[in-house]
Design a protein around this ligand. Structure first.
Ligand code: PMP
Length: 523
């Protein structure tokens, strides 16, 4: 990204910071000076055979920066970052604070095994970027800067090649035939299910149902469990943060069955007001459906509290993980929601594949969603016997290849380490927040303490489309619009925002370019 600020008036005070931050983030084993006391303690190969470093030991105190003697710029970087208040001693990191102060609120943070130094990501972002061919694309004559990750993520070569391998060597329908390719395809498909199981920490692969995506998963629950168990007058509690995919299916069901929908409000930062939420719960509440991370604001919701309160009221809970799954560790057992849903394309996998997790007993006691082949044990013209989950909810020929591709995407994320990804993105988010905040006339929408990967804003004097177009001219892809979450934007008095959203392959240089182009509009 050496030409990142070419032709643009970058923010002068951060120019050096950008270089330093990038050098820092790019500390390669190859650039490590032989003879240093610092050594890679825990290194492994990435998918391209490059060595990735998991952690370093400098032989000095736990919080000191490694390479200090060999790489003097690191002290400058530390000072510069401190001036922007994006770095603190490891013991005071916001993430650590979050985990310690709110452990029971944020189920994912309790799952963090170790807190790596955020200035020392355990993967090399430039090596990681090499795995994503599209990041070398030119758009409008500029190198692509993909900051639309909340809409969809880019795919690593490992996923693209896995799909190609499937069609070249394994393609067959599954479960039905006794021939060799059917066995290969079935094995690949069921292996992908197990990868999802382990990734989300489900008790059994039977709790993992492949669907088209988050939207289909929610519709499935509404039209099977909701249709079967909800009665007129029953209440569903949603939150103000929900994506339309977690509003409209419930509205359709409510209209059909005479249900009541209630909405938990948020405070001015965009965080759910837990006491207000608790007040909505009562014996008529049969379902709480909420998002773990808001796609419009980036708010990380107090998931464990929401689930516990709902269960105490006797309600079932559906957790929408579309925006959490690629950023935050998922542990469905710890979370204890009855259903957890996500889309493959938001976690570096293919479109058209997603997951409905459900507790096994619950899935087995729920009527099917669609009828057809694969989901039946026995059929006569009078009567059909259904399989248990997961086949029960996978009628017809599913998206076999893309399920396998999702498995490859999960392998990729697992190899980087979801906690490491969270840590790196958390740093990037803070870096971007501090810099965007400095642009005159820019209003960030969604300023909760607990956020991940989304920066929504409006810029005084410009429509969101104008900002989006100006960014696009420089190769930067962001979403401008209502993000399929109109109720929450209206809560903040706007109809649309510009929404840069981050992934682990984004860099400080890309954020600097975003900031430079946005601020140049005001000049
Ligand atoms: N929920 C949330 C929070 C989302 O961000 C999205 C996608 N933007 C969805 C649901 C719907 O996902 P999909 O379009 O992949 O079904």
């Amino acid at each position: 990204m050496s030409d990142a600020t070419n032709g643009l008036q970058g923010l002068p005070d951060v120019h050096d910071l950008e270089r330093l931050a990038n050098e820092y983030f790019s500390a390669l084993p190859a650039s490590y000076t032989p003879g240093s006391t610092a050594k890679a303690e825990n290194s492994y190969q990435d998918f391209s055979g490059h060595e990735l470093i998991k952690s370093y030991s400098s032989g000095s105190s736990a919080h000191s920066l490694p390479f200090e003697s060999e790489r003097p710029f690191e002290r400058e970087l530390k000072n510069a970052l401190e001036a922007l208040s994006v770095t603190q001693p490891t013991s005071q990191l916001p993430l650590v604070h979050l985990a310690a102060a709110n452990e029971s609120f944020y189920y994912f943070s309790a799952g963090l095994q170790s807190i790596p130094d955020p200035l020392h990501p355990p993967f090399n972002v430039n090596l990681v970027r090499n795995d994503f061919p599209i990041l070398s694309e030119q758009v409008n004559g500029k190198l692509l800067v993909w900051l639309d990750n909340a809409a969809t993520t880019q795919k690593p070569r490992q996923v693209i090649e896995r799909l190609s391998h499937f069609y070249k060597h394994e393609n067959s329908n599954i479960h039905r035939a006794a021939h060799g390719l059917a066995a290969r395809a079935t094995d690949a498909y069921e292996e992908a299910r197990q990868k999802v199981q382990h990734f989300i920490h489900a008790r059994s692969p039977n709790e993992v149902v492949f669907v088209r995506g988050t939207t289909e998963a929610i519709n499935l629950v509404a039209n099977s469990w909701g249709e079967q168990y909800l009665q007129p007058g029953d209440e569903i509690v949603l939150t103000n943060l929900e994506h339309h995919a977690n509003i409209v299916p419930w509205q359709l069901l409510a209209k059909k069955k005479g249900l009541v929908i209630k909405v938990a409000p948020v405070d001015d930062s965009g965080q759910i007001l837990l006491d207000e939420y608790a007040r909505l719960l009562n014996p008529r509440t049969k379902l709480v459906a909420f998002t773990l991370v808001s796609n419009a604001l980036g708010t990380v919701t107090p998931a464990q509290q929401i689930v516990q309160l709902a269960h105490a009221a006797g309600a079932k809970v559906l957790a929408d993980g579309a925006q959490s799954v690629s950023h935050i560790r998922t542990d469905v057992q710890k979370l204890d929601a009855d259903w957890f849903v996500f889309s493959g394309h938001k976690i570096f996998g293919p479109t058209g594949i997603g997951v409905l997790y459900g507790k096994e007993d619950l899935l087995n006691s729920t009527q099917p969603y669609q009828g057809g082949g694969n989901m039946i044990q026995d059929v006569t013209f009078e009567h059909s016997e259904f399989h248990n989950t997961p086949s029960r909810f996978e009628a017809g020929t599913g998206n076999i290849a893309d399920a396998v591709g999702l498995g490859a995407a999960i392998d990729y994320v697992q190899k980087l380490g979801i906690d490491h990804i969270y840590q790196y993105e958390h740093f990037l988010l803070q870096y971007a927040t501090r810099k965007l905040e400095q642009i005159p006339g820019l209003r960030l929408i969604g300023t909760a303490t607990e956020k991940t990967s989304v920066l929504s804003f409006v810029l005084e004097g410009f429509t969101t489309v104008q900002v989006g177009e100006a960014l696009s001219k420089e190769g930067i892809a962001v979403r401008s619009g209502h993000h399929c979450a109109q109720p929450i934007l209206r809560r903040f008095g706007v109809e649309a925002t510009v929404r840069p959203s981050l992934a682990f392959y984004n860099t400080c240089a890309e954020i600097d370019l975003l900031v430079a182009v946005t601020s140049s509009l005001k000049r």
